[in-house]
Ligand binder design. Structure first.
Ligand code: FCB
Length: 454
């Protein structure tokens, strides 16, 4: 048993987090360029202006991927670099075209994500994801990119973690664009689903017929009291999973959010568009979530990323508490629990049999230290990766159809609201110089891949 033939061993990144070159070669601002400049939204006021400078170090980074022995690389395409103001930008398109060529030359399968949270600012100014037209604009983006890269990209992913785009961006306001409008967040979720379906349809019309189509969801692996689990599972997981896999919106989610919205943004025919056939479902996993029903009197606990008193991303879950779980924790404060990943894979496999799965992100931030000799001995990250890869293997042995594993992340990068203060990379980035240094985990991952593919 174990990893099947053709299993993809990868690493993942995202455009805004690594590229930098924010105002170069015709790129225009996205919502993160704007949001990161709002005081107090991002730690230390960090922006993605330079990030890991990947835009200028692309060749060096592809060479590192080749040395790691990656069989696939998951990256995202900056919408405002390739279609600034809605018009195709040759220089932006050339960047991704060259990246794809260099990957293929190195024997690395390109896995391209069309949207990793960086909505062009002009589309947010026109209303953003709560507005239906944004979905149509996304399909245009998909089609244009598909025409340029469609002969060479191995797997297309429409959206990365639409839960974060909709609910962290429009309900909790802790991600760009920073709005706290629960009803708009529900509309955003629907329009993201619609955008996904329209984009798959648009891509299938223009890209290679052998390309695979996917979406990446961040499944919340929930534990705790069954009714609290059911409710959070609805608004965090099934609100995307079910329509995308052809089951329409779950009745319980619509009922649980009835006081917030009547869901009149869903139109006849949308369900069929959203259910565009998929070849693989991408899942990101970092840690599980523990919930229980709140009794309404004791001080309510919010330990799942949103702070006491802050707006909750879990729309309609006003009587749910999120509990702090036992450690150890990563530098994000996220509990380390590899069993959660196996549970998640087996759950999706059980609920949606026949859908091939892929772990499109998994990894950990730790406070890496460089020793006097320049070495980064990140034993904690190695242990995290080792245990989670073992969890994938045991899910496969238990019957889950898992086609790949992508470590987050290839490089240290811009960790959204945490800026540069959290490091997830296999490769360390010195932000002052741009210099890259392999952490011990990079060498470990290289050896792990070599062992699996020997
Ligand atoms: C995921 C994001 C990714 C990265 C990791 C740590 O939610 O998709 O960009 O920030 O978390």
């Amino acid at each position: 048993m174990g990893f099947p033939e053709g299993f993809l061993w990868g690493a993942a990144t995202a455009a805004y987090q690594i590229e930098g070159a924010a105002a170069e070669d015709g790129r225009t601002p996205c919502i993160w360029d704007t949001f990161s400049r709002v005081p107090g939204k991002v730690l230390n006021g960090d922006t993605g202006d330079v990030a890991a400078d990947h835009y200028h170090r692309r060749r060096e980074d592809v060479a590192a991927m080749a040395r790691l022995g990656l069989s696939a690389y998951r990256f995202s395409i900056s919408w405002s670099r390739v279609l600034p103001g809605g018009r195709p930008n040759r220089k932006g398109l050339d960047f991704y075209s060259a990246l794809v060529d260099e990957l293929l030359e190195a024997g690395i399968a390109p896995v391209a994500t069309l949207y990793h949270w960086d909505l062009p600012q002009e589309l947010e100014d026109a209303g953003g994801w709560p507005v239906r037209d944004t979905a149509r604009r996304f399909a245009d983006h998909a089609e244009r990119i598909g025409r340029v890269l469609g002969d060479r990209v191995h797997t297309w992913t429409t959206l990365n973690e639409p839960w974060c785009s909709a609910f962290l961006g429009y309900a909790a306001g802790v991600h760009a664009p920073g709005r706290v409008e629960p009803e708009a967040a529900l509309a955003a979720a629907h329009h993201l689903n619609l955008a996904h379906g329209l984009a798959v349809r648009a891509l299938r019309g223009v890209v290679s017929p052998t390309a695979r189509h996917s979406i990446t969801l961040n499944m919340h692996q929930l534990r705790g009291e069954p009714d609290a689990v059911r409710q959070v599972d609805g608004i965090a997981n099934r609100v995307f999973l079910d329509p995308v896999l052809g089951r329409g919106y779950p009745e319980d989610v619509i009922a649980d959010t009835a006081s917030v919205s009547d869901w009149s943004f869903v139109r006849d025919g949308d369900d069929a568009v959203i259910a565009a056939p998929l070849d693989v479902l991408g899942l990101n996993y970092y840690s599980p979530t523990l919930v229980r029903r709140w009794d309404g009197t004791s001080p309510r606990v919010h330990a799942d990323g949103h702070k006491q008193g802050a707006a909750s991303p879990f729309v309609g879950c006003d009587t749910v508490e999120f509990l702090r779980q036992p450690g150890p924790y990563t530098a994000m404060g996220w509990p380390v629990d590899a069993n959660g990943m196996e549970e998640m894979l087996l759950r999706v496999h059980r609920d949606h049999p026949g859908v091939p799965l892929m772990i499109t992100e998994n990894g950990a931030a730790f406070d890496d230290e460089i020793d006097a000799g320049g070495r980064i001995g990140d034993a904690d990250r190695i242990a995290y990766l080792r245990d989670h890869i073992a969890a994938v293997e045991s899910a496969i042995d238990a019957g889950a159809d898992v086609r790949g594993y992508f470590a987050w992340s290839l490089l240290d990068n811009y960790e959204w609201a945490y800026g540069y203060a959290r490091r997830f990379g296999l490769i360390h980035v010195d932000y002052a110089t741009g210099n890259r240094t392999w952490k011990d985990s990079a060498a470990w991952y290289r050896d792990r891949i070599a062992r699996a593919t020997a």
